[in-house]
Write a protein that binds this ligand. Structure first.
Ligand SMILES: NC(=O)C1=CN([C@@H]2O[C@H](COP(=O)(O)OP(=O)(O)OC[C@H]3O[C@@H](n4cnc5c(N)ncnc54)[C@H](OP(=O)(O)O)[C@@H]3O)[C@@H](O)[C@H]2O)C=CC1
Ligand SMILES: O=C(CO)COP(=O)(O)O
Length: 421
């Protein structure tokens, strides 16, 4: 499978000309042989001093198939245990960034890619992606999820110039990783609903073409749930294709708006460990739990709108004490408060929100029911309950209250602070 990036980089009905940096995306068996050809005799030949970044897991998964590529690169194998895209890991990578390094090869999953894209961006050198598991949608994204002083932030970074996704590598990764990739895509139902609602209530930019791309990613995964769970190569390729599309959607908007809504905001909150301890779960597994919690809440709101029992009121700052107690104790309240503008709700009048309620209900009605979502997740072998990710049940209510403060963007979860239902 070959994804032609030029298909997406044309003037669009939204008024923008989307920019795509990635030149070629290859998803097939033997893709890393093509990488080697490109390095020996093709477009990558000009880079004479590449740094390959992987970790102990992704090294094990690729050492045989990529032996010749390892031989021609400087190699940094990070310890997979407790690896995060944070200041500690960045420092380790930077120590390897000798002056002559002219290309970064990311060989791994989401964390290795975020670290690589961040460092490549800082050093103004290109990076090439070799995804080793179909576990999350950050491979072709232009933003990196970095943790700075305990705060998880979306940071501008580079997209890869090439993606070589080899089926013989990623389809052999543990099934748990593919299930996490499915979850990351199923979370887009909520992300797209939040984006639409944000665009109705504010002047926020919205692009129907980007939405189509994410919708295609969702459909591709939805049509192949059983086969992905069975580890069928063709279905795993389709999952990787969906993850790549979702990354391209982020590239087209220049941020993660199409791919991350309230379900991801819950994950960012849990990752900051202000309410809970460290969760031993993959990103996509946390997205699953976040998606189920958000969907349940959104369906409650839609039901209340239909029953005419949903009341709109002005936003009152009821969360201040809780914010102080949770983020304050870790010394990150200022970072959260300044960056993520809790006052965003002050810009929305009660009249505006009341008028928008029928449309909001329609958007939520178009989402899968809680039962259907649960069924899709279990068909693909995804986890979906908070206890599956080790989150104490008693943190759910505070999680729903605090999650919207982890990002600036509007979500229905944030708007629910102006609703009684
Ligand atoms: N920038 C963006 O747009 C996005 C960023 N993210 C971020 O990505 C991170 C999560 O990434 P995710 O993909 O879930 O996983 P991780 O990077 O956390 O990787 C999960 C584990 O699986 C290992 N692994 C990968 N491939 C194989 C393989 N073939 N065989 C055996 N083990 C393997 C990984 O090693 P290794 O570390 O070497 O890969 C790692 O130990 C989060 O920090 C999240 O915030 C998520 C989505 C979008
Ligand atoms: O994880 C992401 C998309 O799957 C990116 O999310 P954020 O940019 O909100 O961190």
């Amino acid at each position: 499978m070959r994804v032609d990036a030029d298909d997406f980089a044309r003037p669009c009905g939204c008024g923008r000309e989307h920019h795509i940096d990635v030149k070629e995306i290859i998803i097939r068996s033997g893709a890393v042989e093509k990488l080697e050809e490109e390095m020996s005799d093709g477009e990558l030949k000009e880079y004479i001093s590449p740094l390959l970044i992987c970790d102990t897991n992704s090294y094990k998964a690729t050492e045989e198939l990529m032996e010749d590529i390892y031989d021609r690169c400087q190699v940094l194998i990070l310890d997979a245990e407790n690896l995060e895209a944070d200041e500690r890991a960045v420092e380790i990578v930077e120590n390897y960034m000798e002056e002559d390094i002219d290309l970064v090869l990311a060989v791994g999953a989401g964390t290795i890619h975020d670290l690589s894209r961040y460092v490549a961006h800082q050093y103004r050198i290109p990076f090439v992606s070799v995804p080793t598991a179909a576990s999350s949608d950050g491979f072709t994204s232009t933003v990196a999820d970095m943790t700075w002083n305990g705060v998880k932030k979306m940071v501008k970074a580079s997209a890869p110039i090439f993606v070589f996704a080899d089926t013989d590598i990623f389809a052999k990764a543990p099934g748990r990783l593919a299930a996490a990739g499915v979850s990351d895509i199923l979370g887009k139902y909520i992300a797209l609903a939040d984006w639409k609602i944000g665009s109705i209530l504010t002047e926020e930019y919205y692009c129907a073409e980007v939405v189509k791309l994410e919708t295609r990613a969702i459909r591709t995964v939805k049509d192949n749930l059983k086969e992905i769970a069975a580890g069928e190569e063709d279905a795993c390729e389709k999952l990787m294709y969906a993850l790549v599309l979702s990354g391209l959607a982020m590239q087209m908007t220049g941020n993660s708006r199409p791919a991350s809504g309230a379900e991801h905001h819950l994950v960012h909150l849990w990752d900051m460990e202000v309410l809970n301890g460290h969760l031993n779960a993959l990103h996509g597994e946390k997205v699953s739990a976040g998606t189920m919690l958000t969907l349940l809440e959104y369906k409650k709101i839609a039901d209340a709108i239909h029953r005419k029992s949903c009341k709109v009121h002005t936003h009152t700052e009821k969360d201040r004490d809780l914010l102080q107690k949770t983020f304050g104790k870790k010394g990150v309240l200022d970072a959260i408060y300044k960056e993520n503008a809790p006052e965003i709700l002050d810009e929305i009048s009660t009249r505006q929100l009341s008028d928008a309620l029928p449309e909001i209900a329609q958007i939520i009605d178009s989402l899968p029911s809680v039962t259907d979502m649960q069924e899709m997740m279990s068909t693909a072998g995804c986890v979906s309950r908070v206890r599956d990710i080790g989150l104490p049940r008693e943190t759910i209510s505070d999680s729903l209250r605090l999650a919207p403060y982890t990002r600036r963007r509007l979500s229905l979860l944030r708007l629910s602070k102006m609703l009684t239902y």
